[in-house]
Ligand binder design. Sequence first.
Ligand SMILES: Nc1ncnc2c1ncn2[C@@H]1O[C@H](COP(=O)(O)OP(=O)(O)OP(=O)(O)O)[C@@H](O)[C@H]1O
Ligand SMILES: [Mg+2]
Length: 151
Amino acid sequence: MKMRTIETGNLEETQKLGEQLGSHAEENMVFLMKGIIGAGKTTMTQGIARGMGVRKTVSSPTFTIQKIYHGTSMDLYHIDAYRLEGIEQDLGFEDDFENGGLTVIEWSEFFPGILPEEYLAIEIRPTGDTAREIVLEAHGAAYEALLEEIQ
Ligand SMILES: Nc1ncnc2c1ncn2[C@@H]1O[C@H](COP(=O)(O)OP(=O)(O)OP(=O)(O)O)[C@@H](O)[C@H]1O
Ligand SMILES: [Mg+2]
């Protein structure tokens, strides 16, 4: 397992990091995001989307659970599992992991389905008003290669 810790000082820097990940993401990849309310998960996903060539502005999918955005070469499946806490039922979301696109899950600890064996874990920790410590953990060779692309 390969790990990188990156500090950002404002939301733009977090989005830039997301943009790098989005631009190098490959089809069927899964990013699992953790971090308290307001940590910056959706903000970072906005950058990921931009890196994928999504033109629409990504907004929080809390009430819809999942939103799909069309990128240049693949789609972004943006899931927010916050409202799924405690739900044991299999909602069939994992079908999406082989959707030919990139799946990003906020509040992945509350995701009720089976998570993939290989994924990129993204944990965003607020360390100040606008300062964040972002821990990237690559689980699987493709994700380790992805981390190498990050500057
Ligand atoms: N360095 C930073 N990185 C990301 N967001 C930042 C940063 N500094 C300040 N912010 C602000 O923090 C907030 C992050 O909100 P965001 O909706 O992205 O959080 P979230 O983790 O998705 O929360 P939720 O759990 O409610 O979905 C935004 O208002 C953003 O402008
Ligand atoms: Mg959010």
